[in-house]
Design a binder for this molecule. Structure first.
Ligand code: GZL
Length: 344
């Protein structure tokens, strides 16, 4: 635990070169320093805590909301200098960003690991540099869990369970509980904690129903474009799809486009039951319209909790290892009361 204010010396120590570059060249250099810091970073020698954040990318509406929550949490007004790096969905870029943060001796590193494997070496380097690492959203699979201080995210296995439990109840309501139900799954990025948990959680419920046939599960990378492409190929391959499970709303938007182009309807009055994850506003509107049957929420607003953990660490306090976000399940019956509050 490095003493309070040590970030200030380091921050000010190396900030000057970056600021000089910025002033002289008008560019922000290699870090995306958020606007208020750029305008105010020349301000006082305040006691800024420097936080380096490596974000997966900007692949989805959820991810953008997650990024906004970070930028809202780590402002200069709250005493932070935020160094933000977008990895554009590449692990190499995340590893490079973490190494840059280490070389600039930031006070904390926060990152959402695109996949669970491949982090032991760079996280050991951060530990050797005595820089606490806080994981956000997804997890890492490392030999030594002292390589990170805490993780903030969702119970993805429970999210997958919730999707399966909803489908069980819905089929009973529709008196289809004894029918053969053919299911395809659009998965998120292979090796991502969210994809692993949602897949295993749904499978756990599906395994209790011998009449549920999962035809295929395909990585559609959490993007709309890939979701459309994968759904198109599944529609060519299978004529009898009853349920589409799409592990985020962006892939759902692409899958809907592919099905609509073939005249296939979805939802409460449709040919295909459509289950989605994330619960972004655009998707919740489709739940309200009955186009999406159910949306399993994944709460992206993790910045505030990550900032509270850093505040505790700055006070020299011990923190828990795991922090789960609160989430719920949205259906046409309950979504109306939540839509107005959804700001992403
Ligand atoms: C879930 C997060 C996933 C979202 C997608 O916590 O990792 O990544 O479900 C995002 O929208 O791309």
């Amino acid at each position: 635990m490095r003493g309070k204010g040590c970030g200030k010396r380091r921050a000010f120590g190396y900030l000057l070169p970056i600021l000089m570059i910025s002033v002289l060249t008008g560019c922000v250099g290699q870090f995306n320093i958020s606007r208020e810091q750029e305008e105010s970073s020349a301000v006082d020698e305040g006691d800024l805590v420097v936080v380096g954040v490596s974000q997966v990318g900007s692949e989805s509406v959820w991810r953008t909301a997650n990024t906004v929550s970070i930028q809202e949490a780590f402002t200069s007004e709250k005493g932070y200098f935020l160094l933000f790096s977008n990895a554009r969905q590449k692990q190499d870029n995340q590893i490079k960003a973490i190494r840059r943060f280490i070389s600039r001796q930031v006070d904390y590193i926060v990152f959402s690991p695109i996949t669970e494997s491949g982090w032991d070496i760079v996280l050991q380097e951060a530990k050797d540099a005595e820089i606490p690492v806080i994981l956000m959203d997804r997890q890492v699979d490392v030999e030594d869990d002292s390589l990170y201080t805490a993780w903030v995210g969702s119970d993805f296995h429970r999210e997958g369970n919730n999707a399966g439990i909803w489908l069980e109840e819905y089929l009973v309501e529709q008196n289809r509980q004894d029918e053969q139900i053919h299911i395809v799954v659009l998965q998120g990025t292979e090796g991502a904690t969210a994809a692993i948990g949602r897949t295993e959680g749904f499978q756990e419920i599906a395994d209790t129903h011998e009449n549920w046939i999962i035809l295929e599960q395909v990585d559609a990378e959490y993007t709309t474009a890939k979701g459309r492409e994968v759904m198109e190929s599944l529609l060519i391959k299978y004529e009898d799809i009853d349920v589409v499970v799409s592990q985020n709303d962006d892939m759902t938007f692409g899958a809907l486009d592919a099905m609509n182009r073939r005249g296939i309807s979805t939802g409460t009055e449709g040919d295909v039951i459509l289950i989605s994850f994330d619960a972004v506003k655009a998707a919740l509107k489709l739940v309200e319209q009955g186009v999406i049957n159910v949306d399993i929420e994944c709460n992206p607003r993790q910045g505030e909790l990550v900032e509270q953990i850093i505040q505790a660490l700055e006070r020299g306090e011990e923190v828990d290892k795991t922090f789960y976000m609160e989430e719920q399940v949205f259906t046409p019956e309950n979504v109306g009361e939540y839509l107005d509050d959804r700001d992403y």
